[in-house]
Each structure stands twice: as C-alpha cells, then as structure tokens.
Unconditional design. Sequence first.
Length: 211
Amino acid sequence: MSDNNISNRIKELRAKHNMTLEQVAQQVGVGRSTVRKWETGIIENMRRDKIAKLAAALHTTPGYLMGWEDEPETEYPANIIPIPKMTQIPLYGAIACGDPILAQQDPNNMVDLPAHVHADFALTCKGDSMINARIYDGDVVYIRRQESVENGEIAAVLIDEEATLKRVRLFDDHIALEPENPLYRPFVYWGEEMNNVHILGKAVAFTSAVR
C-alpha cells in the first residue's frame, strides 16, 4: 500500500471517530503538526511505538493502519504490532558486499516476505562493504526487478557475469558503484565499459539478525 493510502486511512479513521488533530496528538504523545504531516504524507516513516499508539487512538489495528490487512479484525494492545501478511519469493544464492561474486540461482529456495513489500527475489549478502547502510554479512536483501534505478539508490548489479550490491551513481560518461564502507573503493566504469554493467533490480528491503 502506498504512503498516500496510509495517510488516507489516518484521515478517514479520525473523521469516523469525530476526533480533532489535537485529540489524536494528545493520545499519541506528539504535536498537532505531526499528525497533520502523517495525514498529508509529509512524514513517511513512523516509529513503531507511534504506529501502535496511533492505531489505539483511532480504534484500529497497526496492521490495518499501515495497509498490511484490508479489514481490522482485532484491536491489539498498544504495545503489540501483529505480524503482517506474508508471501514468498525465490532466494537466488549470494550477492557480494565487496568484490563481485557469481550469484548462484536456486529456484527451489524460497523466503518469506511481508506482502506489502513489493520485491521479486532475494539475495544473501556476503562481505562488509555495505555496513554503513546497515546491511551486514549474512543479511537477506529483497530486490524489485527493474533495469534502471535513480541516481543514489542501492541496487543489485551484474558486472559481466558477477553480481554485487552497491549504491549506484550515474553520470553522463561513467557509472560508479559505491560501497557504504570507507575501507572499500568504488567500482568505476567509463565509456564502453558501461555496457558491461547491468542493473538487476532495486534493493527495497532487507532482514538482519540482532547484533
């Protein structure tokens, strides 16, 4: 579900319960302007504790509020956020967070993914070149298949026949694949070398172990 739809649900629920911005803000523990920004989509990322408090104030569930479920089935306590609906996507081996490595494809290996996250496949990360983006060795990154990304987005990139996960910087005459670790240098490709670089897809989410 898009952020606009989430904003609409907040506005609709507030109107349904005949609540003012001030009343919602007071129950959630934020300012009136913050609630307004949630409703207009200016603030897109909400803290988990605020999601739970906002859902309680609007007499709904966090799952319904965030678009993880179509209808609120149960009102949960304010400190509980239910697990969202899940789907499965293929896990295609490993992708390098460091020097490029071959991504081994295993279509029989599947991983769970929240249904509201739009991704086509997942890759297991190897190496430490993306740690400043909070992506560590062994993390699973979820990729939305597309042939291009915006400048500065993190993507799975195929170089010849090897794959790597990097932040993509686009220029008229070259492309730079930048790590998120100062110990590593970017990979830079000029002119015709750019023809050997292919975007597999945009990194849209990842799961990480508690560290």
